[in-house]
Design a protein around this ligand. Structure first.
Ligand SMILES: Nc1ncnc2c1ncn2[C@@H]1O[C@H](COP(=O)(O)OP(=O)(O)OP(=O)(O)O)[C@@H](O)[C@H]1O
Ligand SMILES: [Mg+2]
Length: 301
């Protein structure tokens, strides 16, 4: 048996739990409780939605959720996703309802309390990440421009981006003993607050749109999965894809940011400031990551 996987017997049915997911849940009590209930939850959803389950995806990408291919009684191919408790991903279901297949995958069924989603399956489902980065830039920019819409009239379920930024600021402050360059981190924290405060355009953001969350499909060439919606500055939403192009971003940050900003028809200055704040002051497990700090120094305002 693959030692990175756990299997769980639940009334005669075996469920596979990817090792990376189990590891992500281990040290957080709320997630450990969620993981302990997961086999029961899977069994319940399997019955309720009449699903045939297969072995879950267990690639580099799947670390925050149990995600697996399923088949409906009609023979339709779908994907079941159960996300672990996570501040950033709390409104994925609401986001998929809002975007309603344009340009995300369809939400076929959902259980808000369980954080469970039955999704349209992308086939063949190849990630955009497999294409050269300059091609990724074009696709991601087009998708972002389609995603950015005014949120519904209040009251709506979506949180402001400033709430995620405030959460990060607090996290980073708790890690003060591990900072290596206090001046740079404090400047990043200051900018996080200033950028949140000075936002004038407020749209619904995906916040985690990178080429691993864009999959090849039939209904459209590419569909978005795994949105983590917040309402705020579209310039922020450019940073996740850039951050994933770290080789290019670190070797030539100006050109990389300007090129992507042009594709988005945006002013690159705010993208650059958000990118700096993230590189300098986003919470992280390892503050010895010199690449991020070098990037922060290279694009510091
Ligand atoms: N609708 C879908 N169709 C086909 N494959 C999918 C679909 N949704 C997810 N997958 C597969 O499952 C993987 C993990 O899905 P997803 O990104 O939603 O999970 P996650 O654990 O929240 O990811 P992340 O680690 O990025 O937070 C994807 O990279 C993809 O391979
Ligand atoms: Mg993902």
């Amino acid at each position: 048996m693959d030692p990175s996987r756990l299997t769980s017997q639940n009334r005669g049915v075996t469920f596979t739990i990817p090792g990376r997911l189990a590891a992500a849940c281990r040290n957080v009590p709320e997630r450990a409780r969620w993981l302990a209930r997961l086999p029961d939850t899977l069994r319940e959803l399997q019955q309720r939605w009449s699903l045939r389950l297969a072995v879950p995806f267990d690639r580099d990408e799947a670390s925050c959720a149990w995600v697996g291919p399923v088949t409906l009684t009609t023979g339709q191919a779908a994907v079941l996703k159960l996300a672990m408790p996570d501040m950033e991903g709390e409104q994925e279901i609401e986001g998929l309802r809002f975007w309603n297949g344009d340009p995300t995958v369809w939400l076929l069924e959902a259980d808000d309390d369980l954080g469970a989603m039955l999704l349209e399956r992308c086939e063949p489902g190849t990630a955009l990440r497999t294409l050269p980065e300059l091609e990724q830039d074009v696709v991601v920019a087009r998708l972002l421009r389609r995603l950015w819409r005014r949120p519904p009239a209040a009251p709506h379920p979506f949180r402001p981006l400033s709430s995620m930024i405030a959460y990060w600021i607090e996290e980073t402050k708790t890690q003060v003993e591990n900072w290596r360059d206090e001046g740079l981190v404090r400047e990043g924290l200051r900018l996080f607050e200033e950028l949140s405060r000075s936002t004038t355009e407020h749209v619904l953001l995906a916040t985690d749109l990178h080429a691993g969350n864009v999959l090849r499909a039939r209904r459209e060439p590419w569909l978005v999965i795994d949105p983590k919606p917040f309402v705020g500055d579209p310039a922020y939403d450019a940073t996740q894809h850039l951050r994933n192009c770290d080789g290019r971003l670190c070797s030539d940050p100006d050109r990389t940011i300007r090129h992507f900003a042009d594709l988005l028809d945006m002013d690159g200055d705010r993208i650059r400031l958000w990118m700096f704040a993230r590189a300098a002051a986003e919470p992280r497990d390892n503050w010895n990551d010199d690449a991020l700090m070098t990037l922060a120094r290279a694009i510091a305002p």
